[in-house]
Design a binder for this molecule. Sequence first.
Ligand code: SF4
Length: 444
Amino acid sequence: VGDAGNIAFVTLGCTKNEVDSDKMAALLEDAGYRIVDDPEDAHLVIVNTCSFLMSAVDEGLEVIFDLVNSRAELPEKAKILVAGCMPARYGDALSDELTEVEGFLPASEEDRVVEKVGELLGGKAPQEAPAGPAGNATRRSVGPSAYVKISDGCDRFCSYCTIPYIRGRYHSFSYDEICAEVDELVVSGAREIVLIGQDTGIWGQDLEPKSSTAQLVSGLAERFPTTWFRLMYLQPAGITDELLDVIAANDNICSYLDMPLQHCDPDILERMNRGGSADSYLELLERVRTRVPGIMTRTTLMAGFPGETEAQFSELLDFVDEARFDYAVVFPYSQEEGTAAAGFSGQIDEDVKLARAQQLLDACEAVGQSQIAELVGNEVTCLVEGFEQTDVGTEALCRWQGQAPEVDGQVHVPFQVDNAPSIGDIVLVRITDTFYYELEGELI
Ligand code: SF4
């Protein structure tokens, strides 16, 4: 492509989108396109969108219109391709509305990105594809930690959620596909693989022969013994004893469980189409902590679901105190067009939802921060992710197994120049202090 095939990505939304952008970039690079960081240097900008919530759609539209406005001032007008969840959710209605944009590529068709880009760039021939191992790469960027999608789609149809309509039915990627991707990332320097999907706990049940998440992670942990594996997004039904025993038995499977519970009131959980209760979830947590002592836990909760009474919200606050999650993310309920819950009676005023969400977050943080403070004195293995200059010297920015990337904070470790670690090293650290969710430690 030389001077006519520069592609920039703007990725919005969750880590699953980051993986999809990375894979599209690898396909394009393999076909001879050049990936550039700055949209101003690009002939085509791919905006990989999220449409899980209306607020994400609004953000996507804002980014697209900013690009449309800024390119008007450039000598060569870059084309814009809108990919991912917005075209998947809105289909032709989006192309009718966004006439300023040259192309659309729904999430389910992203493996056609090279063909689509070729159409938009008017047959400008790519430069020769890179020879050797860089050609045929399925992933592009590799740091010490990398995400791997083990499935896509979701069959749960929680009544408030748009994902099953956007991403389609649940489908597991095969063990061999996942293994090949992990292998490529490990060879390129990844020391931690974060396994993601909308519902990671039911991996393998749609494969022939059937398999399970426990079999997947134990197979990976054995095959890549010096790599950490971390599972995110385990719905409660997927947390089996078999899986917990595999986590407990393997030092390189992170003792960390991310289980989105959303609520604890049985009536609300029923109307969410999820099921469960405070008692069943507390029993689950006890089982988790008994089978994997010292495990760190994260959850997602929702405030202001339609019909949520003051009493039900108070019950949720009490549950947070009892459940003692280390980390939590809280969302106010969002009335999403096309979902069952959008038509439920008892929709709650926006200001009440926001106030409840803040109160719930404060309760979660009070519990979480007191749990984190108890880590002082522990000796933990940490992955070195980068460095930071402070007033008193240089610190290594690390994470221990109890912290997921990007969401749970880091361990800050000062070091002497003569024993400086490298990015990607696994080092032993004693925790000396905590600040909010950040930890301080010293190299042992
Ligand atoms: S489990 Fe529920 S909330 Fe999660 S993606 Fe599936 S339908 Fe949505």
